[in-house]
Design a protein around this ligand. Structure first.
Ligand SMILES: [Cu+2]
Length: 386
């Protein structure tokens, strides 16, 4: 999670689907073309410090695209929520003056909510948003897209199972007061969470409990819980009278997450958006050392975020290859470049060096390499829905 960290990096050129139009003629997909909105283009969102102007508030069901421009002075984010604040789509970390695109598949008509969150805190500036009619799900009309989401859902499910198992070991060590063992297990248990973080975030209330930071905004009376609270206990303050209780709560919250996976119904743009979000997480949370600020085990999370991003892209790969044959090899190369760079920071025991051992040149190289990867990844949502 990276809600509070300003984005100092350049915005990747998130041009959706540019250059794919020519390929459409030979494309065998039966998916419907993106619905026209607001005169055919994407819906423009002007996100200011106190305003959130959305150029259309009623659109037909189908693929809906937004271009979010930050016209304010704070880093902002934009959400489309369904019932119960279920996140249909989001873009985070939009710096002042920057624009980012968001493509969301909304097959069911009904009442939705748009929200800009200047400063990336609180409930945001909200407005009702209506989707009319119904559209066929792209996974109902395109077998390759159906395979992609089914394959990725299996990945999510296996990662969640492993997360429960490894976190149990970590929780047991905390409860036994075995600090060394708990410290050793902390980065490993987190790996499974960091690989699937966008899915956990889509459930809204899970991620703040599991992965929240001490300085995150919480409702009055809500205590700071989760991995990072225990990280502080283990590395800084020593185990506290309520550490065991926090550890048990972490398991409860993760089992809650696991229980929600069977009802997960992911759309292809969500896979692509999630792959991009994971790279944003790397840029804003790991390369800054912000996420694991007590243990400095950020590179484990970095690796896990990249692996999770790669898994989502891999699931979509047959569709990518069908629609834009040049994109897949570029993605392969950029993932390989990041992987190679990270491998240079391994320790003899198979782990990673601590964040505090990195020089500014190291983190600069990492940021550049992740930027270079984020650019083709940001094209995937547009390509797979074209
Ligand atoms: Cu995180």
């Amino acid at each position: 999670m990276s809600r509070r960290t300003p984005d100092h990096r350049r915005a990747g050129a998130a041009v959706l689907a540019a250059g794919t139009a020519l390929l459409l003629a030979g494309c065998t997909s039966t998916a419907q073309p993106p619905a026209a909105q607001g005169g055919g283009g994407p819906i423009a969102v002007n996100a200011g410090d106190t305003t959130c102007e959305v150029s259309a508030t009623e659109v037909p069901a189908g693929n809906i695209s937004f271009t979010v421009k930050n016209t304010g002075t704070k880093v902002t984010e934009f959400y489309l929520y369904g019932t119960g604040d279920r996140i249909m789509g989001e873009v985070e970390n939009i710096g002042p003056g920057l624009s980012r695109d968001l493509l969301v598949e909304v097959p069911d008509g009904g009442s939705y909510t748009t929200a800009c969150k200047p400063g990336m805190v609180g409930d945001g500036i909200r407005a009702p948003f209506t989707v009319t009619g119904t559209a066929q799900r792209s996974t109902d009309t395109n077998a390759k897209l159906a395979d992609a989401t089914a394959g990725y859902t299996r990945y999510i499910s296996s990662q969640t199972d492993a997360l429960i198992q490894t976190t149990q070991g970590f929780v047991d060590a905390v409860k036994a007061g075995n600090v060394d063992q708990a410290k050793a297990q902390f980065p490993t248990a987190r790996t499974y969470y960091e690989r699937i973080e966008p899915v956990a975030e889509s459930f809204g209330d899970v991620d703040p409990k599991v992965d929240g930071r001490e300085d995150d905004e919480r409702d009055p009376g809500v205590a700071w819980t989760g991995f990072h609270r225990l990280e502080k206990d283990l590395w800084v303050t020593g185990l506290q009278p309520d550490s065991a209780q926090v550890a048990d709560q972490l398991m409860t919250d993760l089992k809650d997450l696991q229980g929600r996976i069977p009802s997960l119904q992911l759309s292809p743009p969500q896979l692509a958006n999630g792959a991009k979000e994971l790279l944003d997480e790397v840029a804003t949370g790991k390369i800054t050392g912000e996420e694991d600020r007590y243990s400095h085990t950020d590179l484990y999370d970095f690796k896990a975020n990249v692996e999770g991003s790669q898994a989502a892209i891999a699931a979509l790969r047959p569709v990518i290859d069908e629609k834009d044959p040049n994109l897949g090899p570029t993605l392969d190369q950029r993932f390989a470049d990041v992987e190679k760079l990270l491998e240079g920071y391994r320790t003899p025991d198979g782990g990673f060096v601590l964040y505090t051992q990195l020089t500014p040149e190291d983190t600069k190289k990492m940021a550049d390499s992740v930027d270079a990867l984020a650019e083709p990844v940001s094209q995937v949502a547009g390509v797979v829905t074209s």
